[in-house]
Design a protein around this ligand. Sequence first.
Ligand code: PMP
Length: 403
Amino acid sequence: MSFFAGIPEAAPIEVFHMNNLYLQDTSANKVNLTIGAYRTEEGKPWVLPVVHNAEVALANDESLNHEYLPVLGFDAFSKAATALVLGEDNPAIAEGRAFGIQCLSGTGSLRLGAEFLHSQCKMDVVYVSKPTWGNHKLVFKTAGFKEVRDYTYWDATNRRVDIEGLIKDLEAAPERAVVILHGCAHNPTGMDPTQEQWKQICEVVKAKKLFTFFDIAYQGFASGDADADAWAIRYFVSQGVEMVVAQSFAKNFGLYNERVGNLTIVVNDKSTIAGIKSQASLCVRANWSNPPAHGARIVHKVLTTPALRQEWFDCIKAMSSRIKEMRAALKGHLESLGTPGTWTHITQQIGMFSYTGLNPDQCDQLIQKHKVYLLRDGRINLCGLNTKNVEYVAKAIDDVVRG
Ligand code: PMP
């Protein structure tokens, strides 16, 4: 007899599974376009110099220790994170209607937000874009949401946002349904709504009394401009929309394993904040009790020290520029090879991913025949490309497209 008898084996988590297959592959020409992490031109992870310098300063700061942080985290960090996403001079901050809770990276922020909305606001239907980041559905289901529904997002034929379908689906959503919106650099499509389309989305969210849940995992990393990447969120705030925003500092600070995140909350009535904070404290207490300090101290130091903040802006520009160069190089090679199909979407999409439009068979061929690892929905991480392998990847794509 075993208490553990009969537990079925779950399907592997695709992105980590694919990354492992890549790591196990012994081919010299293998290319990893799977996991969403930045790589340098040399194919290496990058510790941002500004992060390294902040870490050295923190290590030498004798006033710091390893005591517990408060349940809701390092408040000065959360203030800096909230100001980063809403803009320093956002009236919601000045009016005391916006605050942050330190969470475990983007995922922990989503999880806290989901649990809080379910337990305190009695919300149990959530809408996610079709397609979306693989973890959204799991997080909301695990947090108790009864229904996770899709809203139309992607027009596969024209490789653009299907705004008509999106609006139609949100119009049909029940009141108080939660809508997850990717703040910038939509994962996996890399295609964001235009400003005009965001305005339409905001209108329907307000008219239908839907609850806005922004997920922003690529602020600054997407375009190289942290303000531009937060445009949609700031627009919704300017329209009086109450919301929560899950912020991740994994990509834009290269702090993947430090789990630095923040849940920004914007309310219309600041008298609700005491209740929110006290109930959120119980949610956190039952999950991780108190967040880790190291990464939050780094982000706080960088964001609140003008010279370091400027250095960080330079770092995110360097990362986003390299990605843009790789987009142009991949598209250029495919076009000069005359690869059937159109490839302009590669440079129209933003962030680290391209939704290539390759079908699952073509993806399997890329992996098996050419050792180019990607997700089976055709999503590639541009960061895995560099000047040495981009032509090889283009030729491999050309081969599988021609069949
Ligand atoms: N949301 C989206 C859309 C993402 O792409 C990611 C990172 N892959 C996250 C949230 C959060 O990731 P993390 O928990 O590592 O911050």
